[in-house]
Design a protein around this ligand. Sequence first.
Ligand code: FMN
Length: 381
Amino acid sequence: MRGMDLHARFPAIADLRARARARVPRFVWDYLDSATGTGATQARNRAALDAVLLRPSVLHGEVVPDLSVPLLGARPALPVGIAPVGMSGLVWPRAEHHLARAAAELGIPYTLSTVASRTPEDLGDDLGKPAWFQMYPPRDPEIRADMLARARDAGFDTLVLTVDVPVASRRERQLRSGLTQPPRLTPRLLAQVAARPAWAAGMARHGMPRMRLIDDYAGRTSGLSSTAHAGYLLRTAPDWDYLRWLRDAWGGPLVVKGVLEAETAARLEAEGVDAVWVSNHAGRQFDAAPATLESLRGIRGATALPVILDGGIAGGLDILRAFALGADFVMLGRAWHYALAALGPAGPAHLADVLRADLVANMGQLGLAHPAQARARLIAP
Ligand SMILES: Cc1cc2nc3c(=O)[nH]c(=O)nc-3n(C[C@H](O)[C@H](O)[C@H](O)COP(=O)(O)O)c2cc1C
């Protein structure tokens, strides 16, 4: 499809989402799109975004928008990056490679999950800068140290510690879908695969994905089934001592992801963390959590650290809403995967085009040269 066609057919993330849904098997869709409980937290993220109003500006003359923003010593070309998604490769074959390469070409951060279907080394030449590695905290100190060394040696410059998974969440819809870890194709799931030929062909060519980094360590924790490995290795509730250890062992920029409280943000700053990532895991962990945008208000006032936000961002205007409330950077998780599943390897670049066009159009309405200037256009609730 030519560029013009793409913009006519998929002008918004909602269009990519609809096509993705029609191109992946049902159990994959349920994995990608489901939250926990009734999905109330996920819906709150959206509602909080919609509630943010900005004052349009008139008679401001020509403004040339610059979409690049400073972040942790780099200057991403867009105010948005790629959040970590476990088993990314289940959504589309070789997803981690496509996303890492797209991020490198776009000049935005790519975050690889500990439970992705590729290891840090697997990405090879596809990995550019900034390259972020997201860690679920391993229990075993040797595995911990080894994982950090592997991420660093593979070219990752920033470490993200995710803290909002102290225990597994239930994700009832995902449970109902019959997806196991590693994925096992039961007759029911096979029937769903048969209905999605493009996805099936990709998986036939590249193989069903597994959590390869976890597999590498599975041998060291003998006596566990492969299903139990990820849980045993990673499902730990880290504490402040763990955080200090990690900060010292890593040495480079450290981001803590899954923060919703102002006091936590202030303490993280005091402990020498480099950025706070406001997230409720897209509503996948706890269904009574506040919207990320609501949490952002308090957190912005509690810390001078860069603040990153995610959760339900559905376009350039949402990015400006987050900046208006004090975010310094925004991350998207599912949308990049909608784009990949909808359009294959061309998807991420198209999504970036959509975000860029939407940012430029809305910055024009607001008279902004830089996303951070959105703060001055916020209508206080
Ligand atoms: C399918 C899926 C898997 C995810 N896996 C991880 C993960 O492995 N590590 C992590 O820190 N966050 C994970 N997240 C959360 C995302 O990093 C991010 O916080 C969230 O998706 C942002 O919301 P959005 O998808 O609405 O943009 C996952 C999210 C989804 C949808």
